[in-house]
Design a protein around this ligand. Structure first.
Ligand code: FES
Ligand SMILES: [Fe+2]
Length: 413
């Protein structure tokens, strides 16, 4: 076999089959729908550049098949879901959730041709209200679906937001979370600068120091400032877990603004998790999960109320035709404008600076993971079979803690 070329940053952004990035992402389980959004009709979905159809058979089993019928190509999006699986409306070929053809009504009665037709099918599993699919090699024996703590832990309150769809490359969104400087700059007009914690911790003129710290699951960005007493420090951590997950811990301080003193003392209690699933090189979906374990009984209702105020508040002049206007005032809109206009990593020109050390660390780890997948090894974030039962946790501590010389306990793990 010819030796593989070195993995470059530009290799991280392509998701199609037979690209280094696409081969890498196909080692993981990726969310593709909320469970509640899969109703009694099939749904066409593009995942990692592949056209697929998602449905639930009458026994409740979710199936993910190639969108186009292997007979003569009609879209199974219009198929009938019935006992056994999904039936193509054109000539009635019936497929189960494993892609096996069960019936071909127009063939001779004694034909066994149907047995030899197996359509493209990928395994799907449900966890905590999300459906995950594995598009990788060996679909009959996929790696374990990690048991993500915010999805599987009993107790507390859980919420999964409606899926967001964005039309630029997914990697721009992921690596943005390894760039904490933008919180103090881009977001100073919105939630991050608009309250005590924001004005103090994320102060534009006195930004927190930060370091990227490699962990077993990926990378944690640890932001720190001197604490209220000499032996303490303020900390805000966010994690990037492989292959495309972000965990943030400062929701209560940034968006809800309740009980600031107590929250800082005891640490944040809402885990905010974002799963990114690329549809193709220029589109991706965001699955947003919150798991709250604090005392506030109507936490998510209050959060929704506060988020409703986070809308762009920028004046737009009548002759202003710029696509992403207005954006200032909403964290999400600010992120979309900056990331959607960046163009593809690997194709854009860049002049990287010291403050890009988080982004650089993430790219380096991702390049290593892509290379590991190319060598047939298990890349970061893919669990060994024996770790299947373990609950997978990421670090996102926010609050006051004793000042440490080591940046982050996870670094020692
Ligand atoms: S095209 Fe689907 S059964 Fe003929
Ligand atoms: Fe942001």
């Amino acid at each position: 076999m010819a030796p593989r070329a070195r993995v470059s940053p530009g290799d991280l952004v392509r998701v199609g089959k037979d690209t280094p990035g696409g081969e890498w992402l196909r080692r993981y389980w990726l969310p593709l729908s909320r469970d509640e959004d899969l109703l009694d009709i099939p749904r066409a979905l593009r995942i990692l550049g592949e056209d697929l159809v998602l449905f639930r058979d009458p026994d409740g089993r979710p199936g993910l098949l190639g969108q186009y019928c292997p007979h003569r190509g009609t879209s199974l999006e219009y198929g009938d879901v019935e006992t056994g699986g999904i039936r193509c409306p054109y000539h009635g070929w019936l497929f189960d959730v494993r892609g096996q053809c069960l019936e071909q009504p127009a063939e001779p009665k004694d034909s066994t041709f149907y047995r030899r037709v197996r359509h493209l099918a990928y395994p799907v599993r449900e966890q905590g209200g999300l459906l995950f699919a594995y598009l990788g090699p060996d679909g009959d024996r996929p790696p374990p679906l990690p048991r993500y703590a915010p999805l599987v832990e009993p107790g507390g309150q859980r919420q999964i937001e409606p899926v967001r769809h964005l039309d630029y490359n997914w990697f721009n969104f992921w690596e943005n979370s390894a760039d904490p400087c933008h919180l103090s700059i881009l977001h100073r007009h919105s939630a991050y600068g608009d309250q005590t914690w924001g004005n103090q911790f994320f102060d534009y003129h006195d930004m927190p120091d930060f370091e990227p710290v490699e962990t077993g699951y990926g990378l944690t960005i640890v932001m720190r400032k001197p604490g209220p007493s000499p032996d303490t420090e303020y900390v805000d951590e966010m994690s990037l877990a492989f292959p495309s997950i972000i965990q943030i811990g400062d929701t209560e301080l940034v968006h809800l603004k309740i009980e600031q003193a107590a929250t800082l003392r005891d640490g944040g209690r809402n885990t905010h998790l974002l799963f990114l699933t690329p549809n193709d090189d220029y589109h991706f979906m965001i699955f947003t999960v919150d798991h709250y374990t604090g005392p506030e009984p109507d936490f998510f209702a209050k959060l929704a109320q506060m988020r409703a105020h986070e809308v762009p508040r920028q004046e737009v002049k009548p002759y202003d035709r710029r696509e992403y206007m207005p954006f200032r005032g909403s964290v999400r809109q600010e992120d979309v404008m900056t990331q959607a206009t960046q163009r593809l990593l690997g194709e854009r020109e860049e002049r990287l600076a010291t403050s890009d050390r988080g982004v650089l660390a993430l790219r380096r780890l991702a390049q290593q993971a892509v290379a590991a997948a190319q060598r047939g090894e298990r890349p970061k974030g893919v669990l060994a079979p024996e770790a299947a039962e373990r609950v997978v946790r990421f670090d996102s501590f926010v609050g006051v803690r004793p000042r440490t010389s080591s940046l982050h306990p996870a670094a020692a793990r």
